[in-house]
Design a protein around this ligand. Sequence first.
Ligand code: AFP
Length: 346
Amino acid sequence: MDSSGHGMRNDRHEHYGWTLERFILERQREIPGATGEFTQLFQQLALAGKIIASRVNQAGLAGLLGHTGKTNIQGETVQKLDEFANRTLINCLEAGGQACLMASEEVDDPIPIPTRYPKGHYVLMFDPLDGSTNIDVNIPIGTIYSVHKRISDVPGEPELRDCLQPGKSQVAAGYIVYGSSTMFVYTAGDGVHGFTLDPSVGEFFLSHPDIKMPERGKIYSVNEGNQAVWSSGVQKWVDWLKTPNKADGKPYSGRYIGTLVADFHRTLLKGGVFAYPADSKNASGKLRLLYEAAPLALLAKHAGGAASTGTQDILDVQPQHLHQRVPLYLGSRGDVADAVARVNQS
Ligand code: AFP
């Protein structure tokens, strides 16, 4: 029996047949009073992921490359696949009866559930297609999602404050990465688990149970094109990472994909540190708290890693508005601790 208590050994053959749905269902059965609503929410998320993966794979053939001509609330160009992914997530989740409110990187305000559908307890926030500037060049992209329980009174309409909860209140979070294979990774507070899509069967199968991030890694991931606008603390930290003065006499290796999901997926499996620091042009960095930093911080925490703004645990940050940005240092616990100590030195 492994640490999950589910009688599964860390042996891929032992997992064969364990779909995402079965895995979540079995875990929910162990929770007294669980209604199945959470399992159904994840079925809908997985369905959206499969539809988006299928379109991503065919994008060059289906006329889905390129932009729509619109700009989103972030001032970024909306790609055709951004719009498709956003619509797919809303369509799959609004009718299920598990969500009461949604929010998306692509939509200015919270997205209500149409009155014709029942409302559940969950608040779902997502970045429908992270890394969209990489779509046209066939580099991995992803979907990030964050799940909270509503805090406003029932009955009554859900409110903005249901979205503006700190990361530590998330009941689940995860991502879907559309890479050389499509993977669905999630945590509901009991470990971090990864599932790989078998496109011939159309199911996500358990492939990476109970992922643990190494305590330290050998890779740093940051956009060094921003060096001129970094604080001297950030510059010195990155210089230190590149200096061969570590215990093994080697510098860290640099890897930067420019899709947060893909850079995080590598960091989760191999360890190291990803950063998008504040800089003199963007006092809060670039990445969004609610549907980028906070969900990945929850995954990092439950895999043994850490996430910080440089001065505060990401999971403790109280959001003030929906599309708030936040500086981010994310990854192996030891590497994030080094980053926090060094970027704060003058
Ligand atoms: P896009 O979705 O606009 O490509 O932005 C991706 C992203 O939000 C995140 O996925 C990357 O880590 C980060 O921005 C890359 O930003 P830079 O291009 O400034 O390095």
